[in-house]
Design a protein around this ligand. Structure first.
Ligand code: BTN
Length: 331
């Protein structure tokens, strides 16, 4: 059975979004629950990373304002790009990538988007989990179809990383950077990650499910659960309007994918290089089989491969997949 959230959880949290206290009795009456169920829901919300302010005799309130995802608001913010997307917003799913993959296999059109408030089994690159908090992350997947098959997707992952970085840059004065292949960083801490899952023929019809997870407001517990330096939008003073940010990401992706279709990654390479956080740094490339290659990061080539300047002075390309890039100083 697929994991789910209790049906009343998000409606009750939405009710608390006005910043005022609501008593357990009032919420129980409004949502047809027992007071004990309301109490359990609030405790679950806390476990999922939502700060709930509970005061005996007054009830519950949410101290942090939340903008809940809303299809109408996303469409409005998309403006002239709205017809290019079919946006589905769900409360809790296992993984938006898995959900969209199923829709893609069933023939969903390009531009189908699945965005959620919470993922029960979010997936990251290299088989890692993706840790995100209820309502505190922007978590979505977008479907792109390519007539030229899988081979036409070389460098797509960098193109969409650039698009997300551009969208974030609109809402903050902080410098936003990229780490190959497509992490979005601020002060070398990870703000967002992208997982692309592709299927189809090598040279004919194929599609890519592009999943984006972006930290909006991380709880202390979640920071501890993530094994690398992280940052969220709150820290960088960015707008926390997730509907506007989702629309910005979709719009920038639409533009980047259009450029990518006509000119390949080469058309976006200079823009990507301008945000390359690790260029010129001493790094080590870690392969899935345990091999390690130290050197200096030397940018990317026209196909999106990472270029390592080896200690022998050669330029060695590394292509996608199960590669991890680490700063030597981070050892
Ligand atoms: C990474 O490891 O950096 C990639 C993280 C990708 C997470 C996103 S959240 C939306 C989509 N659904 C998933 O299960 N994963 C991606």
């Amino acid at each position: 059975m697929k994991p789910t959230l209790p049906r009343a959880l998000i409606p009750v949290l939405r009710r608390l979004d006005d910043g005022h206290f609501h008593s357990g009795q009032e919420l129980a009456g409004e949502f047809g629950l027992s007071r004990a169920s309301v109490c359990n829901l609030m405790s679950l919300a806390g476990d999922l990373g939502v700060r709930v302010h509970a005061v005996r005799g007054r009830g519950y309130r949410l101290p942090d304002a939340m903008t809940w995802l809303d299809v109408a608001r996303v469409s409005q913010a998309l403006a002239e790009y709205a017809p290019a997307f079919v946006v589905h917003i769900e409360e809790g799913v296992d993984s938006t990538n898995s959900r969209l993959m199923a829709r893609a296999q069933a023939g969903a059109p390009e531009g189908t988007v699945v965005a959620v408030e919470y993922q029960l089994a979010g997936r990251g690159r290299r088989g890692r989990p993706w840790v995100a908090q209820l309502g505190g992350n922007l978590t979505f997947s977008v479907l792109w179809r390519f007539d030229g098959g899988l081979q036409a997707m070389n460098g797509l992952s960098l193109a969409v990383g650039l698009a997300v970085a551009r969208a974030v840059k609109r809402s903050t004065v902080q410098p936003v950077g990229l780490k190959w292949p497509n992490d979005i960083l601020v002060e070398r801490r990870k703000l967002a990650g992208i997982l692309i899952e592709a299927q189809g023929d090598m040279n004919e019809a194929a599609f890519a499910v592009v999943g984006v997870g972006l930290n909006v407001r991380l709880s202390p517990a979640q920071r501890l659960a993530i094994d690398q330096p992280v940052v969220d939008l709150v820290e960088i003073g960015a707008s926390l309007d997730r509907n506007a940010l989702l629309a910005d990401c979709l719009r920038e992706m639409h533009r980047a994918v259009a450029q990518f279709r006509t000119g390949g990654f080469a058309a976006l390479r200079a823009a990507w290089a301008a945000l390359d956080t690790y260029a010129g740094c001493a790094v080590c490339v870690h392969l899935a089989d345990g091999q390690q290659f130290p050197g200096v990061a030397a940018g990317v080539d026209d196909s999106g491969a990472f270029l390592l300047r080896t200690p022998q002075g050669e330029l060695r390309p590394f292509h996608g997949g199960e590669i991890s890039l680490r700063l030597e100083t981070a050892k």
